[in-house]
Ligand binder design. Structure first.
Ligand code: F0G
Length: 433
């Protein structure tokens, strides 16, 4: 890990030759680039991942308004706009997004014997997943860099979000999906928002390999989480959780538990905490422990955490009912592994059965989530049962996508409808008087 990714890293200083308020920096070799001078997804010198850095990092009192753009002072643009992109005046493309509920879940909290448990439901965003937070910033960056075709590889939610934001920005959108492995609601979203949908005979990781090559050849602007601007938007999940938890619970949560696929969200939350520490807005001791959860059939990130490996080894064969996180190579691992380690968090794998049970538990509290989202609750339960999380911890679980994304999984997890005769007596006979 480079020093810049340490929680003790000093606040960045503006590099020579950059006069913008933010710039891109390589997390490996530290090379820096102006933010929008060229399309760039990786370091020219060493190929490392890039992240956005800022000359001024805001404190809590600098935020105003609601949703993602409440946090504009922590983002590369001053505002999000609801109209089409304007190359003369780059801004986020907003539907708007964020400001999602932080539910109380008294049943699960009591069952797990936890002091406090809240659920941040990102399925309540405009297209039904947290991806919208990334797209409002990432699609805004398109105007700034001057490309007119958007593209992503996706297990479904990224493509749904990109299609909607691409439509809003009036830009052509291309999505590559693993054939037969994307939940119906997500494909329907990409289709109705008029994305060109290409189904690849391969896994998500194969789709991403292709899209990266298309982007490198200048054929499209990449909006997977390798795009450093997208992760800036996703940072606001952390800002919202911390602000609301503090206001409602009188302090910051001890731990945030989230599902891991490409580890983009894990990386974004860690960056959020790091910048707050650098701004003096969060004490190092108050940084929540980042805790990642994967499905047992697609758990290369958990493997790396458990073995203490420096990097993640790609799994060529992955399988899980939680298709959103059916991913063999978490491409943001170089940013996310330090996040889990530096915050004192951990990572855990859960079975598909545990995921379905957690989905039903949340449903009993009135909260509808897709399987990948339920992994956070399943992972929390697993860690509680192993004794790795104490009863006095205050925990937030992130649920990343809406129930209706995957109607087949919901149906499979529940009782079948009962056929009944077309009269009252037949109904009463069935339900009992
Ligand atoms: N939960 C849901 C519902 C997702 O759709 C994803 C990722 C994740 C969790 C994992 O997030 O990649 O930041 O670790 N979905 C991507 C997609 C891969 O294409 O929609 P991550």
């Amino acid at each position: 890990m480079t020093d810049a990714l340490s929680l003790d890293a000093p606040a960045p200083t503006r590099p020579d030759g950059v006069d913008a308020d933010c710039w891109l920096a390589c997390i490996d070799c530290g090379a820096t680039y102006p933010p929008f001078a060229a399309v760039r997804y990786a370091c020219d010198d060493c190929g490392g991942l890039l992240e956005v850095r800022y000359a001024d990092l805001p404190d809590w009192d600098e935020f105003s308004g609601r949703g993602v753009w409440r946090y504009a002072d922590a983002l590369p643009f001053e505002t999000g706009r609801t109209g089409p992109v304007d190359p003369e005046n780059p801004a986020g493309v907003s539907l708007p997004e964020g400001d999602t509920p932080l539910y109380e879940v008294p049943g699960i909290e009591a069952d797990l014997g936890l002091d406090r448990l809240r659920v941040k439901h990102e399925g309540m965003n405009p297209t039904g997943s947290f991806k919208d937070r990334g797209m409002t910033v990432g699609v805004g960056a398109v105007a700034a860099v001057g490309v007119d075709r958007l593209a992503c590889a996706s297990t479904g939610n990224t493509s749904a979000a990109l299609a909607a934001y691409g439509a809003r920005a009036d830009l052509e959108t291309l999505v590559l999906l693993p054939a037969g492995k994307v939940a119906a609601g997500k494909v329907a979203q990409a289709a109705i928002h008029d994305a060109r949908i290409l189904e690849v005979d391969g896994n998500f990781d194969d789709c991403l390999d292709i899209v990266q090559e298309l982007a490198n050849r200048g054929e499209a602007y990449l909006l997977n989480s390798l795009n450093p601007f997208r992760l800036e938007g996703q940072k606001t999940i952390g800002l919202e959780i911390l602000e609301r938890f503090r206001d409602e619970e009188g302090g910051f949560p001890d731990r945030i538990v989230l599902p891991v696929g490409n580890a983009g969200n894990t990386a974004a939350l860690y960056k959020c905490f790091r910048e707050l520490v650098q701004a003096g807005a969060l004490a190092r001791a108050d940084v929540p422990k980042l805790t990642g959860v994967q499905a047992a059939g697609a758990a290369p990130f958990v493997e790396a955490i458990e073995s203490g490996a420096e990097g993640v080894e790609r799994w060529d064969h992955v399988e899980t009912r939680a298709t959103a996180i059916r991913i063999g190579e978490p491409v943001n691992a170089p940013k996310a592994l330090p996040g889990v380690r530096e915050t004192g968090g951990t990572a855990v794998a859960v079975t598909d059965e545990q995921i379905t049970e957690a989905q039903r538990e949340l449903a009993r509290e009135g909260i509808g989530v897709e399987p990948a989202s339920a992994a956070s609750i399943a992972g929390l339960r697993e860690l509680r049962e192993r004794g790795e999380i104490d009863a006095d911890e205050r925990v937030v679980c992130l649920t990343t996508g809406h129930l209706l994304k995957d109607p087949e999984a919901a149906t499979a997890a529940s009782d079948d409808p009962e056929p009944v005769g077309n009269d009252v007596d037949a109904v009463l006979e069935l339900v009992g008087e």
